[in-house]
Write a protein that binds this ligand. Structure first.
Ligand code: PAF
Length: 281
């Protein structure tokens, strides 16, 4: 596995592979890799001849009171995990090269960035969209894979690619869960043992809501009530939002008609966890 830091070297590598007709599949990450990321990488390997993984903790997507400085980083561990999966390139740019002095260009996917996490993390998706567009320009992949856990992020990236006429196929990869149902996340590392036990209520609540829909319920009020009540039973949980939204526009819906996404963000101590389920009626 090659480890590439300079943008020019990454670009040169990709141009060489493209000239030889190889398909480049890209998995952007912020490192601190877990089984969820590895599952994206395995998916990537099945879709093309070359796999590039980036590790870049992007300061632009963290708010001033968020965890940028403390975000878990372990490059040596990440590197050996990626090496053992047969990744071709680990792209690890510096903050200084991604955002040189005087940097002032941003990408804003306007409406999709407003609800859900966008409402509580102002500027977050502007930072995500900007860095993803830059990474796409540098890595020049044919395909890029994103986890569905960050459902809003995935929809924003799809919109960005369509709106800016980028020739990249975006693939969403299903949420990878721990044995008890907790969605895998680098931020699970912040949970104390007690919070970790409590956090299983998120996936349990989503499962219950899905079962209710299978039994014929479709009203948002009933589903949101069920999910909120299930999570509220855990005294360590502080709900940020629980919403039922249209899968494409992410606007609130009154009922599940066709498909809708049930999305939530809940704090457990220092950890802010998100989860979701696409529900079909
Ligand atoms: O999902 C993430 O890890 C990040 O938001 C991403 C897509 C790598 C952009 O920094």
């Amino acid at each position: 596995m090659q480890i590439i830091e300079p943008i020019a070297d990454m670009r040169a590598w990709s141009e060489g592979e493209r000239r030889q007709g190889r398909r480049i599949v890209f998995v952007p990450t912020m490192g601190s890799l877990h089984e969820g990321h590895l599952s994206l990488v395995r998916d990537a390997k099945s879709r093309g001849e070359r796999v590039v993984v980036s590790i870049f903790v992007n300061p632009m997507q963290f708010g001033p009171s968020e965890d940028f400085a403390k975000y878990p980083r372990d490059l040596q561990r990440d590197r050996s995990m990626l090496e053992s999966l047969g990744v071709d390139v680990l792209f690890h740019p510096t903050v200084g090269e991604i955002y040189p002095d005087g940097y002032q260009t941003h990408i804003e996917v306007e409406n999709l960035s407003l609800p859900l996490c966008g409402a509580v993390r102002p500027g977050h998706f502007r930072g995500v969209a900007t860095v993803v567009a830059k990474l796409f320009n540098i890595v020049q992949p044919h395909i890029a894979i994103f986890g569905e856990k960050d459902f809003q992020q995935l929809q924003i990236v799809r919109r960005l690619v369509r709106d800016l006429s980028m020739n990249i196929e975006i693939v969403g990869h299903p949420i990878v869960r721990e044995a008890d149902g907790l969605a895998m996340s680098s931020r699970n590392a912040y949970l104390t043992a007690e919070e970790r036990r409590a956090a299983v209520c998120l996936s349990r609540a989503l499962c219950k809501a899905e079962k209710l829909v299978r039994r014929g319920e479709s009203s948002a009020a009933a589903l949101l009530h069920l999910v909120t009540a299930e999570i509220a039973q855990e005294s360590l949980a502080q709900i940020e939002y629980v919403k039922l939204c249209d899968v494409d526009s992410l606007q609130d819906v009154e009922r599940v008609e066709g498909a809708a996404v049930l999305a939530l963000a809940v704090r457990f101590g220092r950890a802010r966890l998100i989860d979701n389920r696409v529900i079909k009626h």
